[in-house]
Design a protein around this ligand. Structure first.
Ligand SMILES: Cc1cc2nc3c(=O)[nH]c(=O)nc-3n(C[C@H](O)[C@H](O)[C@H](O)COP(=O)(O)OP(=O)(O)OC[C@H]3O[C@@H](n4cnc5c(N)ncnc54)[C@H](O)[C@@H]3O)c2cc1C
Length: 401
């Protein structure tokens, strides 16, 4: 069955969609079960994805990327997540957050940090969430304090200030950070102000090399899903970075993230759609093969209705995602459409995989079966890139009037 049809995908994104499909069939699907079981970081698949030109290529041609637009990245996401969500996330996260540097960073930052990512010599991550909160972006506590040379001369007795020079000193913790261990640098969100009347103006974004003094990251414990992706707990203990590692304007971090998430949430809708497609095709095949009461179970109307309901969810979410992708690209009520698409796409995945489990009967719970992997994976995109409760808040608040 062909669920990820070409139809809603615009002409210019179809070639890369085919490339992603061929790559997923050759390099992801055959090893998905193995990586799911081991939970190892799929370095070989990541390298193959780089060779295939599917990693970090949303970065612009001026820094050596292919400049894939939102629709092209969505097309890639649908195909890769259908094959395996954990491996797909690893491939897509290799440049996660770098887009913020591209949109707001300096020429020098582009050359030093973006070009190696676009050339697939370096990988990145985006460090926003903290142990105490992932949802409240204006409630995060990791701080970045500027220590200047002037301050050292003003306090000659302070040896600490003298050592600091012109730099940012970061303290705090980040949690759930994709590639926090593996990345060469992360785009990090930290508090730089304390104005209670301007909660959203208190945050800034930074480039933090993972070998900076005071940066320490460990993998977080094993997850039930997305097994081939790795997240980290980062501890920043007087972590020192040069002054010019601030991205764009001080105090604009919250707004940079909001803009970034509008794009990111369209792509996460694609994560859900890929997973939902996997649930439907796996279930379809199973019920046409499984026999009960002297016939294959697809002949029972209750089973047919489940497969019909799964497709209702899937097709509705997919139409919305592609419509929203165009609107977000055109900056038309972007926050509203991105939140709608993310919620619908990721909930299509939870609904379809839940029904798929039921259709698989007892075999659904065997860890080796694809449906059980999809079911476990589907629990995750409803949380990341802003939990769906937060998306509903955004949908309500940003309803076009
Ligand atoms: C596999 C995985 C990968 C991730 N990768 C990254 C990454 O690379 N970088 C990164 O920065 N983060 C990452 N995250 C973190 C993710 O973005 C957060 O988990 C998410 O934003 C939710 O935050 P939280 O877990 O702290 O939940 P909390 O914020 O503690 O929320 C708990 C519950 O309360 C609800 N809730 C909270 N506030 C409200 C509200 N105002 N209205 C209604 N309901 C509310 C939430 O919806 C949720 O159900 C990842 C998470 C996972 C699981």
């Amino acid at each position: 069955m062909e669920l990820l049809s070409e139809h809603p995908v615009p002409e210019h994104a179809r070639e890369v969609k085919q490339e992603a499909r061929a790559f997923a069939q050759e390099h992801i699907a055959p090893v998905a079960a193995e990586y799911y079981e081991s939970g190892e970081y799929p370095w070989d698949v990541l390298e193959a994805g780089m060779d295939a030109g599917l990693v970090g290529q949303d970065l612009g041609e001026d820094v050596g990327g292919k400049g894939y637009d939102l629709q092209q990245v969505l097309a890639i996401a649908e195909e890769l997540y259908r094959a395996d969500a954990g491996i797909a996330l690893t491939l897509q996260l290799a440049s996660f957050g770098a887009e913020i540097v591209e949109d707001h960073g300096s020429e020098a930052q582009h050359e030093e940090y973006l070009r190696p990512v676009a050339n697939n010599d370096r990988i990145t991550g985006l460090a926003v969430s903290e142990p105490e909160t992932g949802s409240d972006l204006a409630g995060m506590t990791t701080s970045a304090e500027k220590h200047t040379a002037e301050r050292s001369s003003a306090s000659p007795e302070s040896t600490e200030a003298t050592q600091d020079g012109d730099e940012w000193v970061i303290n705090g913790e980040k949690y759930w950070i994709g590639n926090g261990v593996e990345a060469d640098w992360v785009t990090l969100y930290a508090k730089t102000g304390d104005d209670p009347n301007n909660r959203y103006g208190n945050y800034s974004m930074f480039i933090v090399p993972t070998d900076a003094p005071g940066y320490d990251a460990e993998h977080i414990p094993e997850k039930m899903g997305f097994r081939a992706s790795k997240q980290a707990h980062i501890v920043l203990d007087d972590c020192r970075i040069p002054e010019d590692h601030l991205i764009g304007v001080e105090g604009a971090g919250f707004y940079m993230l909001a803009e970034f998430f509008n794009h990111g949430r369209i792509i996460v809708a694609g994560h859900g759609i890929g997973l939902a497609a996997a649930a439907i095709e796996e279930s379809w095949e199973f019920v046409h093969d499984r026999e009960a009461f002297g016939r294959t179970v697809d002949e029972f109307q209750a089973v047919q209705h489940k497969l019909a309901d799964m497709q209702l969810q899937f097709q509705s979410a997919r139409s919305l995602a592609w419509d929203a992708a165009e609107r977000v690209a055109n900056q038309e009520d972007a926050g509203y459409w991105a939140a709608l698409a993310k919620t619908a796409g990721t909930e299509a995945a939870t609904e379809c995989s839940q029904m798929g489990m039921q259709l698989h009967g007892g075999r659904s719970v065997l860890l080796e079966n694809r449906i059980s992997r999809v079911f476990r994976d589907a629990r995750i995109p409803v949380i990341y890139e802003g939990a769906n409760d937060i998306q509903r808040n955004l949908i309500y608040r940003q309803t076009p009037q």
